[in-house]
Design a protein around this ligand. Structure first.
Ligand code: DMJ
Length: 643
């Protein structure tokens, strides 16, 4: 009889342990060390007990079978043909047999049992005695192995993502016919933008809607990476434009290639491409998007090879060589760029089980945490070679904006478990409120910029996103100041609406002042343009979600009409150069973020809240929705959307 080697729980076979042929003549057990001990102890006790029992039990019982699995030793063969009986494994012949022979036989067997048991005990004792130190060492080795296994586990696949319920085509459909009509109008605008890009700019990064050809800027490098396709995918999906979504997917599948000798912006590629691909993956469940996102992320990693781990602003996708923008203060990297990678990189680690992405962004965070901050403010520039701040310029608009946004969203995305991020956000916002937020003479709340020791009373269109951020961060705010932050969000929304309302086109300028009798109006000619940016509409949408005050839909509709009237051309949508001019000129660029963000936020503003509910989804800075990672939730497999 052979006993199969025991499989330890881990499924890994340990080397076989020979417990002694006489104890278990046919058993070569393969056991864990702890099991060896227990087995040896039980064996010793049991053998002693049996041995004692053999001598102390009444005679008759000695002739009864004692089934310890030892019968093979005692009676290898039972021959009943000769009138013998099998009595408990002893071969006992009939009653008439010689009593003397019987006693001799019994004595022989007893001696054999005694000798075998003594030998087994000796061997067991020997094992224990001889191996004390060795066993200790073996235990330690085993422990180390377990620790290593656990470590491997830590850095290995994370639990699968519990996908929020997939949204259907009709999801979010408003009951009110007037709202439905407005929503349909926005969908039609999306189709106009897409169809023209499809016809005139397909595969290029963006579209020139007047020249009717492809367009690109240096952020995308010198190759055609179809930025508009990737950026627009999730909006198409959400709006139920499935044929267009399929076209986009096919292009990505066949053409999107990252092995190109092209120097791209790490930040832009992250928020538009990786964010866009991840959102498309989470919404549609189609693997190709995840695969492409991971491939691209691998190409960005060399950008982190700096003395501090703060990434370069740009990286060559082929050579991996990185560098910073020539215009940035003292060779610095930009806060809003290296500080806007967290959401996407955490998701990459989550999806791949590879901690490399997570480690990169956590390293940035730790480094920032350790640094002194003038007045508690984060300067926009940080030198990746020295780890020192560049110019002391702080902004919640361009160069700083999405860094603050990602602190808050890291917390939200972690199901509010990442309290370190929340604390950094709270600290930063308190300093911003103290040093940068003011009320104008006319009563408009604005967020200025800190430049070399003084406050510049100017606010950018980009800064208008902060109204939505304050509202989003109200719940969970320090000292329970939710009401205060919601109010602050409403005030910023109002100011930004004023910046639109005080123009001829009812579209907002790039930057506006609160100085010298001017309020919420652009002064310099080169700040009067509108390039289809989303930030004001983004804030309307968040404010709508948190308050359901109808004025936000009304303001959103004003913006929709203005865009459709002044930015729409037969070849798509274009930015305008002067929002104060009644005969505007076009900049002839249909930005990819117009499809990714502006039209998406407008569509959501006129949809019901069950379309991408904020409890389940967090939008990256390019409006790409990523699911909240309910990592603390141990009922992952109970989630109906679990994959
Ligand atoms: C978008 O690409 C992103 O929102 C980014 O964070 C800054 N703004 C542009 C659009 O204005």
């Amino acid at each position: 009889m052979t006993t199969p080697a025991l499989l330890p729980l881990s499924g890994r076979r340990l080397p076989p342990l020979n417990l002694g042929a006489s104890a278990f003549p046919h058993h070569r057990a393969t056991l864990r060390l702890s099991e060896k001990f227990i087995l040896l102890l039980i064996l010793s006790a049991f053998i002693t007990l049996c041995f004692g029992a053999f001598f102390f039990l009444p005679d008759s019982s000695k002739h009864k079978r004692f089934d310890l699995g030892l019968e093979d030793v005692l009676i290898p063969h039972v021959d009943t043909s000769k009138g013998g009986k099998n009595l408990g494994g002893f071969l006992i012949h009939g009653q008439g047999h010689d009593e003397h022979r019987h006693r001799e036989e019994e004595e022989r067997l007893r001696n054999k049992i005694r000798a075998d048991h003594e030998k087994a005990l000796e061997e067991a004792k020997e094992k224990l005695k001889k191996s004390r130190d060795e066993i200790q060492a073996e235990i330690q080795t085993e422990k180390n192995k377990v620790v290593q296994e656990l470590k491997k586990k830590d850095s290995k696949p994370l639990p699968p993502v519990p996908l929020p319920n997939l949204i259907g085509i009709n999801s979010g459909e408003p009951a009110d016919p007037d709202i439905r009509e407005k929503r349909n109008k926005i969908k039609e605008m999306m189709k106009h933008a897409w169809d023209n890009y499809r016809q005139y700019g397909w595969g290029h990064n963006e579209l020139k809607p007047i020249a009717r050809k492809g367009h690109s800027t240096n952020i995308f490098g010198n190759s055609q990476m179809g930025a508009t396709i990737v950026d627009a995918l999730d909006t198409l999906y959400i709006m139920g434009l499935h044929d267009e979504f399929r076209e986009g997917k096919e292009w990505i599948d066949k053409n999107l290639d990252f092995s190109v000798n092209s120097e791209v912006s790490v930040f832009e590629v992250n928020i538009r491409f990786i964010g866009g691909l991840l959102a498309a993956y989470y919404l549609s469940g189609q693997e190709v998007f995840k695969i492409k996102a991971v491939q691209l992320a691998g190409k960005l990693l060399p950008a982190f090879n700096t003395p501090t781990g703060i990434p370069w602003a740009m990286v060559n996708l082929k050579s991996g060589v990185g560098r910073n923008w020539g215009w940035a203060s003292a060779g610095s990297s930009i806060l809003a760029e290296f500080g806007t990678l967290h959401m996407e990189f955490v998701h990459l680690s989550y999806l791949t089980g590879d901690p490399v992405y997570y480690n990169k962004v956590m390293h940035i965070r730790k480094l920032l945490q350790k640094m002194d901050r003038p007045n508690g403010l984060y300067p926009n520039y940080l030198n990746p070679r020295t780890g020192r701040w560049g110019q002391h310029h702080t902004s919640v608009g361009g160069l700083g904006d999405s860094f603050y946004e990602y602190l808050l969203k890291a917390w939200l995305m972690s199901d509010k478990m990442d309290t370190e991020a929340r604390k950094m956000y709270d600290d930063a916002i308190e300093a911003i409120e103290k040093h940068l937020i003011r009320k104008s003479n006319g009563g408009l709340t604005f967020i200025g910029e800190w430049k070399n020791g003084h406050l510049e009373r100017k606010m950018g269109h980009l800064t208008c996103f902060a109204g939505g951020m304050f509202a989003l961060g109200a719940d969970g705010s320090r000292d329970d100041r939710a009401g205060h932050y919601l109010q602050l969000g409403a005030e910023i929304a109002h100011t930004c609406h004023e910046s639109y309302d005080r123009t001829t086109l009812k579209l907002g300028p790039e930057a506006f002042k609160f100085d010298g009798g001017v309020e919420a109006v652009a002064v310099r000619q080169n700040e009067k343009y509108y390039i289809l940016r989303p930030e004001v509409i983004e804030t309307y949408w968040y404010m709508w979600r948190f308050t359901h005050d109808p004025k936000y839909r009304q303001w959103g509709w004003e913006a929709t009409q203005a865009i459709d009237k002044y930015c729409r051309v037969s070849g798509g949508f274009s930015g305008v150069k002067d929002v104060y001019s009644s005969s505007p000129t076009y900049d002839d660029v249909q930005q990819s973020f117009f499809l990714a963000e502006t039209l998406k936020y407008l569509y959501l503003l006129f949809s019901n809240d069950d379309l991408l509910p904020l409890d389940n989804w967090v939008f990256n800075t390019e409006a790409h929705p990523l699911p909240v990672l309910h990592l603390a939730n141990t009922t992952l497999s109970g989630n109906p959307a679990y994959r």
